[in-house]
Design a protein around this ligand. Sequence first.
Ligand code: URA
Length: 430
Amino acid sequence: MRVPDLIQKKRDGGQHTAEELRFLVQGYVDGQVPDYQVAAWLMAVFFKGMTAEETTHLTLAMAESGDMLDLSSLPHTVDKHSTGGVGDKTSLVLAPMLAALGLTVAKMSGRGLAHTGGTIDKLESIPGWSPVLSDEAFLNQAKEIGLSLVGQSKNLAPADGLLYALRDVTATVDCLPLIASSIMSKKLAAGAKTIVLDVKVGSGAFMKTLEDGQKLAEAMVNIGKLSGRNVRAVLTDMETPLGFMTGNTLEVLEAISTLQGQGPEDLRELCLALAKETLLAEGYSEAEAESRPRAVLQDGSALAKLKAFVASQGGDPRYIDDPSLFYVAEDKAEILAEQSGFVAHIEALKVGQALLVLGGGRETKGEAIDHSVGIELLKKIGDAVQAGEPIARIYHNQKGKDAAVQLVKEAVRVDSEKPAEVGLILGRVG
Ligand code: URA
């Protein structure tokens, strides 16, 4: 097999075999195939696309390029993945809910990416909590508590790390089969039998339109089916931030409040919808899938799981019992409504960018972040406001304050007419 022939085949619209894709992916990981050939091939894929079968073969080749976690000793393994959003603290609520429902969440999560946050960064707001566990401790904790969550290991789908970095600099990121295989290779390697995907759509997401989101969801569910996993996807709105809080510590506080049976309506609705989808995938009836997740939020069992999980990974459990212990930046700036009317729009992308300039996300690889800063929305879309009334509050430590105020001002639009309601759940696949 010769790489130039494979590039030519894709350039001319041909369909690759599993062997060809394995040869290319493994050759790249082993250092036998140079960047320039893979870059040319990526661009050919960008223009010519891939069939569902090819996308699955590519995903499997990427998943098998490193460790494949064996979770077969654990019962009912489930995983959840969000394609990334602003204020998206869903995993912090959903993972303990699923554990309280008797399922096993043995999960790898990421850090923030561009303007979107990451679960590991959020959990590190809890003093002492560590994203590092030995393989043995990871499995034992999952067995005992039903929940262990660690950072991505370097050897999980290493082909994705290499390809992602190359795509980033060759204008081949926004290519559906490449995104689908990138996400699913990590999920397949991470070992869970059931995978529920939260595909975000809107200004704050990588998929800007419902049509593209739907296609991505279908591609990922298809990969799951063809590779023997139980995969479902929910399409959800990311035009506007989820909940009221954006920022690492602020989001942990909002997640705890939701696990206490309070919290914002949209976050609660999303967590219930994803928990329902997971239970349906696990064979529960519609009625059970509807009622059981509500019960674990009400009876405190999901909150108890969060506390046990935090303590088991070195975190201080007193912070879960008494969230007032968390340190939140003390300096505050308020954004006031310039006119009376209704909040018509709050653009997620700008709020995400505001967090970045405050130091709550990274601009360069490996940079330390400030967990204490963030943005609290005081109004949501559709709420009435009076001129001069606060719409949002920024918690800052001086860094980037003026730029963040400007971004949040630009993010919010007030109109004289009440906007039509847009649902949070936009569709389902699987
Ligand atoms: N997230 C990923 O993991 N990969 C992509 O290609 C896009 C988003």
